[in-house]
Ligand binder design. Structure first.
Ligand SMILES: [Zn+2]
Length: 287
């Protein structure tokens, strides 16, 4: 059964560790992440972007697949199914589809409208038992053509949104999506510290976890980050492993063309990446 992210993140924040959000793209991805979480006794959040949801035939298909897989694989660790960077409309689609958590990304609305829509969704989520993540300040990335330093959120604005009653808060602290450029200035711990001082127990979310050095991750966790999003790193690991399999000509040997064989190294690479992240985040053995 899916759970919302509130309890796992409250425990993580209090225990000074972080729960990973790993984005899923298909059945192999989902299976690899769930099996790793179970093996390591770690809580886990499965992230679904709008694009990935569309690719997997819609949010209903995703929710049905994940729900059935948790049951079939006898997963007992807490699993949340979370909409990543949701639009207002997609939030409602995921609530209807059976997701247990949503992120409303209203960062492109004027602040008054962002607040009004966030409040409305908080009420709906409270009634239905979902957790809700809000974003303050926008987190850049390759898709926006942003390079260099990511945006830093205003700590006062963070407090305002946190006080609305969101479950967790994503704030820009110089992090960006995708691969980090060579000239990246690093995370702004000054901003993170100021945000935590204003928002207290609120679990903070770090987006763009791919390529942030381990010591920066540990420091961010010590300053209140309780959820870290990982997406690109699993994609790169998967692609490298499958490319190696094909370059070595293994798909041409025997029944090496069988998709279950062809994709197996990719699945294993996702598992290895997820394991490495869960160890770094400190969530191993916490479920
Ligand atoms: Zn993000």
């Amino acid at each position: 059964m899916l759970v919302n992210a509130k309890e796992m993140l409250t425990k993580a924040k209090a225990g000074k560790y972080a729960v990973g959000q790993f984005n899923i793209n298909n059945l192999e991805w989902t299976k690899a992440i769930l099996e790793t979480a179970q093996e390591l006794r770690s809580p886990v959040i499965l992230g679904v972007s709008a694009g990935a949801g569309k690719y997997m035939c819609g949010f209903k298909t995703v929710a049905a697949m994940v729900d059935a897989m948790v049951d079939s694989l006898a997963i007992t660790v807490p699993v949340a199914l979370h909409l990543d960077h949701g639009t207002y409309e997609d939030c409602y689609k995921c609530i209807d589809a059976g997701f247990s958590s949503i992120m409303f990304d209203g960062s492109h609305y004027p602040i008054e409208e962002n607040i009004a829509k966030t409040k409305e969704l908080i009420d709906v989520c409270a009634q239905k038992g979902l957790s809700l993540e809000a974003e303050v300040g926008s987190i850049g990335g390759e898709e926006d053509g942003v390079v260099g330093m990511g945006e830093c959120a205003d700590p006062n604005e963070c407090k305002m949104i946190a006080d609305l009653g969101v479950t967790m808060l994503a704030a820009g602290i110089g992090n960006i999506h995708g691969k980090y450029p060579e000239n990246w200035a690093g995370l702004s711990f000054e901003t993170l510290d100021a945000i935590q001082q204003k928002t207290g127990d609120m679990p903070l979310v770090l987006h763009g976890g791919t390529g942030i050095p381990a010591d920066m991750i540990r420091k961010a966790i010590s300053l209140g980050v309780a959820k870290i999003n990982v997406n690109t790193e699993c994609q790169i690991a998967f692609a490298e492993a499958v490319r190696k399999y094909i370059e070595e000509g293994k798909d041409l040997q025997g029944k090496g063309f069988d998709p279950r064989k062809l994709l197996a190294p990719g699945s294993q690479a996702i598992k290895d990446t997820v394991k490495e992240k869960m160890e770094l985040f400190g969530s191993v053995g916490k479920a």
